[in-house]
Design a protein around this ligand. Structure first.
Ligand SMILES: [Zn+2]
Ligand SMILES: [Zn+2]
Length: 350
């Protein structure tokens, strides 16, 4: 497809703008996708506010956004499983396929991954993208491209639940009710965990957690989290704790509320980069510590969970902004953190 497309670019810290770029041409193994919705992720906001995450430093103009859903409009010669008009969720990371990690099925650990919106690789706050067809997953008729965009964070939630071996009969606690906390809660429920309690400081987020199926919520600011969990688990503690808040306080709390022999999955990155944990208690309780880096081959399962009604994925969205209002979308997502649980950019006026 010849022509130009609108691309939203980060021009500097706190500053967005637009560029006209060529519509990309799909290679033999790629499809061209007309993007419809792209989620705004915590990492996009972090780049926007600070210009970097660890060693990844933004060189403007830089394109943010790695949670895309859209419709296939052109298909490369070698592509068999997709056709024009298919609606797809795009997995944002291309891996090498040859390294030890790729070969052992842990491709999320591939050192040569090329991932949308991770400097220097541009993201997808733009009208079109050419992407490897194998990383584009067809959505069934009853799953929208808005939900398609949200499959990316949901995949993180499922990976966390799987790392924690979540299963029927357990009582689990999720620390944090942001997007990743909510999708983790929903993934735990979808995997049959009997009771899932969610802890956060913000009332609006806790209300969202209840709306989306949490068994109960605890306000960590006004309630004694440890006492409440003791009460809810008849003194034994949680079978599984998923830590998504990324603060030392909540990570320490996770150890305190975990049952002996249980598992804690660390998902949230701490702002300072490190945290001190009560290691003696971890040893005394023989706690298994697991962690999560993105996800691996979870899109088909996540899409199925949405299609079958096990996960109310669009329920996490609180705000939708047009691509033209991307500056507003980023600024409000930063300044109204208590209100905006999950914002999404709508592209092409869909
Ligand atoms: Zn993300
Ligand atoms: Zn690899």
């Amino acid at each position: 497809m010849d022509g130009k497309m609108k691309t939203a670019v980060m021009l500097g810290i706190g500053k967005m703008g637009f560029e006209e770029r060529e519509i990309p041409v799909p290679k033999e193994n790629e499809v061209l996708v007309k993007l419809e919705y792209v989620g705004i992720c915590g990492s996009d906001l972090h780049y926007y506010e600070t210009g970097a995450i660890g060693d990844y430093v933004v060189e403007p103009p830089f394109v943010l956004g790695h949670e895309p859903g859209g419709t296939v409009v052109e298909v490369g010669k070698g592509v068999k499983h997709l056709k024009v008009g298919d609606r797809v969720a795009l997995e944002p990371g291309k891996t090498c396929g040859h390294c030890e990690f790729c070969r052992t099925g842990r491709y999320n650990l591939c050192p040569d991954v090329v991932f949308f919106a991770t400097p220097p690789v541009d993201g997808v706050f733009q009208e079109y993208v050419a992407h490897e067809a194998d990383l584009c997953f067809k959505l069934p008729d009853n799953v929208s491209t808005l939900e398609g965009a949200l499959i990316e964070p949901l995949a993180v939630g499922f990976h966390a639940a799987i790392q924690g071996d979540a299963h029927l009969g357990q009582k689990a606690v999720v620390m944090g009710a942001g997007c990743i906390g909510l999708v983790s809660m929903m993934a735990l429920k979808a995997r049959g965990v009997s009771e899932v309690y969610v802890v956060d400081l913000m009332e609006k987020r806790l209300a969202k957690a209840m709306e989306l199926g949490a068994t109960g919520v605890i306000n960590g600011g006004t309630e004694d989290v440890e006492a409440r969990i003791r009460e809810l688990t008849k003194g034994s503690g949680a079978d599984l704790v998923i830590e998504t808040a990324g603060s030392e306080a909540t990570a320490r709390q996770a150890v305190h509320i975990a049952k002996k022999g249980s598992t804690i999955v660390l998902v949230g990155y701490s702002k300072s980069g490190d945290m001190n944990l009560p290691t003696s208690m971890i040893l005394d309780k023989e706690i298994t510590l697991k962690s999560v880096f993105r996800y691996r081959h979870i899109y088909p399962m996540a899409i199925d969970a949405v299609a079958s009604g096990k996960v109310n994925l669009k329920g996490i969205v609180t705000d939708i902004f047009d691509l033209d209002d991307v500056q507003e979308a980023m600024d409000q997502s930063v300044s109204r953190k208590a209100d905006i649980v999950k914002a999404v950019i709508r592209i092409n006026g869909n």
